[in-house]
Design a protein around this ligand. Structure first.
Ligand code: TXA
Ligand code: MG
Length: 327
């Protein structure tokens, strides 16, 4: 069992000794290690059961702290960083050679972010190195948004979980790369496309598409973010329920209560239909229903706007069958 606490000094000293520590961020909990220590970073991959072909995000306390680790910051990247950091934005920037290859899986760009959580910012101020951190879940499973989620999934493999309470955003960061002057969204996240567009008048936003020959990175893999229970993303809960037993089915909806389903088997993400609130509760709800041993979890598709798009993206991946069980 991992120790769960709020002792930044203890977390910093474990990290300085090459150990892996779970940390809170405003998006999801991360599984962190010294980003400059290859063997500490290798331990992240081992604990997560994640292929080493999949690069990691480096976390910094400030934009000034990350400058030595990249060779160039495009003007638009600077503008976005000033607007959204600390916050749920990850930028892909050309890496300096001091960034170990294991962080970027051999790619020319490194993913960097300044997270917005007081405990983790204080921790980052105390460590003499950036923290490499993927989401703190076993490869392919639901991201954790509370310390208990991490403890349940990975607690037997890590010494310490820094407990920062429930994640405020509950959805991973938006990842943006650049091709020349053109910004490309690599992963839709806690900053919706509409907000990016509103902040950058005149800029044309596009999505990164994978070239077929390139290896897929898990954020892009079709299966991901899944509970152990089968999950289906549906347009109409009542129609979908015709094919499933009422007593063995879990329901996640934006605001609708379904008659005949036990109260503890159904979760409304936001009675006010607020998508920010819904985003905060989505993964928590999936973790909660996944623990009940149900046959299936039906999730009502969210409105395809703002954070609804991010949530539908994650849910579509969670609904994909897993090619193999990793844990
Ligand atoms: O909100 C977040 O971003 C959380 C918190 C802990 O910061 N982290 C997170 O990390 O979601 P992870 O590893 O679960 O997802 C990061 C995604 C992966 O899909 C990875 O392939 C992609 O970012 N990525 C990382 N470095 C990259 C790079 N150099 N080029 C392209 N994609 C990269
Ligand atoms: Mg992840």
């Amino acid at each position: 069992m991992a120790q769960i606490g709020t002792d930044i000094k203890q977390a910093a000293s474990l990290l300085a000794n090459g150990q892996v520590v779970a940390i809170p961020t405003e998006t999801v909990y991360g599984l962190s290690a010294n980003g400059l220590d290859e063997s500490a970073v290798a331990r992240i991959f081992e604990v997560k059961g994640r292929p080493t072909t999949n690069p990691l995000i480096l976390h910094f306390p400030t934009m000034a702290a990350l400058k030595p680790y990249v060779t160039h910051i495009p003007p638009l990247a600077l503008q976005l960083a000033r607007r959204f950091w600390p916050g749920p934005l990850t930028l892909l920037l050309p890496k300096h050679r001091k960034v170990p290859q294991i962080i970027t899986a051999g790619l020319p760009d490194v993913a960097v972010r300044v997270p917005n959580h007081p405990l983790t910012l204080a921790l980052l101020q105390q460590t003499a190195f950036p923290l490499a951190a993927p989401s703190a879940n076993p490869f392919g499973y639901i991201s954790p948004t509370k310390a208990e989620h991490v403890e349940k999934q990975l607690g037997d493999q890590i010494p310490y979980i820094l407990d920062g309470g429930d994640c405020q955003r509950g959805l991973e960061s938006t990842i943006i790369g650049f091709k020349g002057d053109q910004p490309l969204i690599h992963r839709l996240g806690a900053i919706p496309l509409e907000q990016l567009q509103a902040e950058t008048p005149g800029v044309e936003w596009a999505f990164h598409t994978l070239e077929k020959a390139k290896p897929l990175t898990p954020g892009m893999l079709p299966f991901h973010y899944s509970p152990k229970t089968r999950l289906l993303l549906v347009d109409d809960l009542k129609v979908a329920l015709q094919n499933h037993p009422y007593d063995k089915t879990g329901i996640i909806s934006l605001s609708q209560r379904v008659e005949g389903i036990p109260d503890n088997h159904q979760i409304q993400l936001s009675l006010e239909e607020d998508l920010t609130e819904a985003g905060r509760h989505l993964y928590k709800s999936m973790h909660q229903l996944d623990a009940l041993g149900l046959e299936v979890i039906l999730v009502e598709r969210l409105p395809q706007v703002g954070l609804g798009k991010t949530m539908n993206d994650r849910l579509a991946r969670a609904a994909m069958p897993r090619p193999m069980d990793t844990k």
